[in-house]
Design a protein around this ligand. Structure first.
Ligand code: ADP
Length: 491
């Protein structure tokens, strides 16, 4: 059965990106299409999206769509482009007063309105182009109202009679929680707040919970994170509803796009390399050192970090261990932007120890690739990590990951066992369980020790480079979930 799939995401690479969601939204629809399905992608048109560069075309025949938010009619415009080198259409929802802001996500007073409008616009555009979806794949809180709208506000329309929904949780830490007045703004019935509380959390309207309550099937982006989300420790209050929906809740590990993240073809790095010929990696390390003004030393490993600088990522552990780490024989390079405290911490440390540490505060895709290629190790001590992409990229680049065993990190990084026979050992990185500074520094020291032994280190690198986390397998699992959701709706 070929399916008509609508994929809705608040960020889509290469048009917009703050994190892993964009990478998923830029690739999964292509893989789903390759399995013989028809896919259309919907996303906001942010001010930062370059129309000419990405070939956006204004859709005159569906302009000025009236959409009611907070009782006011807003006139929405639509543009269209394709995912690069594919026939997959991307619909851009254009309402400048909402989407031309300094960042995609804001703390502005109308944050709920922005994504109410987005969610309604998806359905309104489908009505106007008369395209009947078998399933709408919603991602994160920004799209959490769509499963409710399908079952309620828009259920009068025959177009959506057999439309199922899948809701994917990419990060439970972001929920879209707003005051109870949002019920009126979004035209949500009071009974969903007052009776069983399908949309209610802490006396607020919660968009993530709404998605979980009303979607036909729910999933998250790794098996371990799916298990973790059923517990209070990890779920930010969503464990009750997720346990309630337990039979409809799955984990599917994200894949990565090896057309973009592959050291043997990567166009962003000066020297390509492969498991058969690793020499380019050393050359990249030299370029990386030059670029960051660090002295190059073959025997001193570079630890790379590329990340949103958020507490979720475990940087408080680094803060606690900074003094100890500063005495260990490695250099580090940090690329990231986010919370002031961590930006300042990395910047200050780099200023204080310029021969040991460097950092670039900001977002820079080219540098992200160079750091993956030129570093020897990659550090992700996350407090929680739904899937995590950078450790998977690191494996492919022979940049040995050091991670905390949580969520997707636990499902992708296998701890190297120093005591096993070398030939048999399949470990591809270093990991630690306990969320404390000692466990972190212990893992770093283990990695530094192994680095001294060249054959051992090469084996760990090659174990990682051989791993295959391409999207194909995950896309097949998604296609199965789509079918499950569709047969649920059709009975
Ligand atoms: P999350 O989605 O929680 O931010 P992931 O590991 O799933 O974490 O995905 C992060 C993605 O964002 C990766 O592709 C990574 O390379 C990219 N990224 C994060 N910060 C930066 C940055 N400062 N510059 C360039 N790319 C970045």
């Amino acid at each position: 059965m070929h399916m008509n799939i609508v994929f809705v995401s608040s960020e889509v690479f290469p048009f917009s990106k703050t994190g892993g969601l964009a990478d998923v939204a830029g690739t999964l629809p292509v893989e789903i299409g390759n399995l013989g399905n028809n896919v259309k992608v919907f996303t906001p048109k942010y001010g930062s999206i370059n129309e000419t560069k990405h070939g956006l075309i204004y859709q005159e025949h569906i302009s000025e769509i009236p959409i009611t938010v907070s009782g006011e009619i807003k006139k929405v415009h639509v543009h269209k482009a394709f995912l690069p080198n594919t026939q997959i259409e991307v619909y851009f929802i254009d309402f400048q007063p909402f989407f031309f802001r300094d960042s995609y996500y804001t703390n502005d007073i109308d944050e709920a309105d922005r994504f109410i409008l987005f969610s309604k616009a998806v359905l309104e555009i489908l009505q106007r182009i008369k395209w009947k979806p078998d399933l709408i794949h919603c991602n994160d809180w920004q799209t959490g109202l769509i499963p409710l709208y399908l079952k309620d506000n828009y259920s009068w329309d025959k177009l959506f009679h057999n439309t199922a929904s899948l809701f994917t949780i990419h990060n439970v830490g972001y929920q879209g929680q707003f005051g109870a007045e949002t019920l009126m703004k979004a035209e949500i019935r009071f009974e969903y707040f007052n009776n069983f509380g399908e949309v209610k959390q802490n006396d607020h309207v919660n968009f993530l919970k709404t998605g979980i309550s009303f979607a036909d099937i729910i999933n998250t982006v790794s098996n371990t994170y799916a298990q973790e989300l059923l517990t209070p420790e990890f779920s930010y209050g969503m464990d009750h509803i997720l346990n309630y929906r337990g039979h409809d809740f799955y984990g599917i590990l994200n894949g990565v796009d090896y057309n973009i993240w592959n050291p043997s073809t990567d166009k962003h790095i000066p020297f390509n390399y492969s498991p058969e010929d690793l020499s380019g990696k050393k050359q990249n390390k030299k370029v990386l050192c030059e670029q960051f003004n660090l002295p190059y030393d073959e025997n001193i490993p570079i630890i790379g970090i590329v990340s949103r600088l958020a507490i979720q990522k475990g940087f408080d552990l680094i803060a606690r261990s900074l003094e100890y780490l500063s005495h260990l024989p490695f250099q580090w390079i940090v690329l990231g932007a986010g919370e002031d405290y961590f930006e300042e911490m990395f910047q200050t440390f780099a200023n204080y120890r310029p021969e040991k540490a460097a950092c670039h505060i900001g977002y820079n895709n080219d540098l992200a690739h160079l750091i993956e290629a030129g570093s020897d190790m990659f550090l992700m001590p996350s407090h929680y990590e739904p899937c995590g992409l950078n450790q998977i990229y690191s494996l492919k680049y022979g940049t040995v990951p050091i991670v905390r065993k949580t969520g997707g990190l636990s499902d992708t990084v296998k701890d190297w066992d120093e005591y096993k026979a070398r030939g048999e050992e399949t470990g591809n990185g270093f990991s630690f369980d306990k969320y404390d500074g000692f466990a972190l520094t212990n893992s770093v020291e283990r990695a530094l020790n192994c680095y001294k032994n060249k054959p051992v280190w090469q084996k760990i690198m090659l174990n990682g480079m051989k791993e295959n986390f391409s999207w194909h397998r995950s896309a097949e699992q998604y296609a199965l979930l789509y079918k499950k959701a569709i047969s649920k709706v059709r009975g």
